[in-house]
Ligand binder design. Sequence first.
Ligand code: 6PG
Length: 247
Amino acid sequence: MNQVPDIRICPDAASVQQMAAEWIVALARERIAATNHFGMVLAGGSTPQGLYRRLAAAPFVDQIAWEQVHILWGDERYVSADDPQSNYRMACDTLLTHVSIPSEQIYPVPTSFADPVRAASVYEVQVQSLLEQGRGQLDLVLLGMGPDGHTASLFPHHPALNSPENRLVVAIDQAPKPPPRRISLTFAAINQAAHVLFLVTGADKREALRAVLSGAADPQQWPAQTVRPHNGSVTWMVDSATGLGET
Ligand code: 6PG
């Protein structure tokens, strides 16, 4: 599909979270009505936390048939599940312990193997399985973006950007954003999404947002440029601090 992205500019981060919650509820309801299944890939970082809290509270919490929802992570920091840096822990605290998703439909990235490469292989099987349940697609991939243009844990000029097309998950070392060891979906996996939703807020993302959305193609420098689902859409919800919409 590779269509032009849908870009929505909100006055502040709270309105981004509100708009995203409404949008996700509508999408989840549509997909569950059509297929009895909604596969959602969560983002880490700080930006989605307010979104997750909104989804876990009235009025949104009662608008999704959570029993039909399956949860994966787009990336995980290679720390234990109870570490304050864990994206799994953040999602549990803000969303997952407040909704009725069956525990066997929540697929955290394993972080207990001594070798993260082994963890990536194990997680790849989970991602493949969710892709099969979604008839080859992930219903929704939520992403954030760093000020350097990274998304998930795919960082500028990192060898993981050149993962083979048949790899869905990759182990990351030496990430410039702490912690250095991470696990990430590859772009090959992300681009199987039916819908990608980027949430980006804050003035520190200005340069990257401009480069990713309207700069010259340079995906090694600006990895988020590589998010182009083969058969899906990309929506950006950003706040005005990012400078988008300014002339
Ligand atoms: C992570 C991420 C990462 C994040 C961006 C934006 O685990 O660190 O998933 O890709 O989404 O760095 O982070 P903020 O929302 O905190 O700016």
